[in-house]
Design a protein around this ligand. Structure first.
Ligand code: IMP
Length: 217
């Protein structure tokens, strides 16, 4: 067991975990989910070094989160937590799926991706479609120990955008009569794919620390 894990177990210091994302929306959700664990989360944007991005060529969210976690763990030498997530729209045969971040092309903005989503639904003459968000998380520590968690959230994509919160496809993703962009961070986290995966990961991390002795509050 590495020294910093032992220290975290004894409550002396926090285990530093690099989050393999620059997406501030995801960072906020992760900070909130792990607020009671003895961990310090730093995002790639917080590190002074700039790393090339790995090729995310996995066929599933789980495979891509493993690629990212393994890559940035090796690059930084720190424990790493990676998220891979996306939207699956029934009317589009499950697209954009693992291509959610680059639906409208490499370096597409959220606005570009949402415009493409509207175009595709319009082209089919659809105003709504059942949809789901999926999230896979992989944690890898400096000893190569791997923890994985997954979550999903069912909803509906509509053409009308509502709300200012969240990120990505949230203004178009309805759960009942509200979009995820109309929810507070806490409300979204209570029902979202990432909220579910993070809750599972928080339990796994608690066990990870507890395995080594009595732990934190
Ligand atoms: P990733 O960074 O490769 O995991 O790409 C995830 C992409 O899926 C994001 O860029 C968003 O377009 C979309 N996405 C994932 N989770 C959410 C969410 O909670 N709300 C809105 N869009 C999401």
């Amino acid at each position: 067991m590495k020294k910093n894990v032992q220290a975290a177990v004894k409550g002396q210091e926090k285990l530093k975990i690099v989050i393999a994302t620059k997406n501030q929306g995801k960072v906020r959700e992760m900070l909130n989910a792990f607020r009671e664990l003895p961990v310090e989360l730093v995002s790639l944007a917080d590190l002074p070094e700039r790393y090339d991005e790995p090729v995310e060529d996995g066929a599933t969210f789980q495979a891509n989160s493993l690629i990212k976690a393994g890559y940035y763990q090796k690059q930084t030498g720190m424990a790493c937590l990676a998220d891979d997530s996306g939207l699956e729209v029934e009317a589009l045969g499950g697209a954009p799926g693992v291509y959610s971040a680059r639906f409208a092309g490499e370096n597409a903005s959220d606005a570009d991706n949402n415009a493409k989503l509207q175009q595709e639904l319009n082209a089919l003459g659809r105003e709504t479609s059942p949809a789901a968000y999926q999230c896979a998380l992989t944690f890898i520590d400096a000893d190569g120990r791997v923890l994985t968690a997954q979550g999903f959230c069912r909803g509906e994509i509509r053409l009308e955008a509502r709300g200012e919160n969240g990120f990505g496809y949230d203004p178009y993703f309805y759960v009942g009569e509200r979009t995820m962009a109309e929810m507070t961070l806490q409300e979204k986290q209570a029902i979202s794919h990432r909220g579910a995966a993070l809750a599972e990961m928080a339990v796994l991390l608690r066990g990870y620390f507890e395995e080594c002795g009595p732990v934190m509050a």
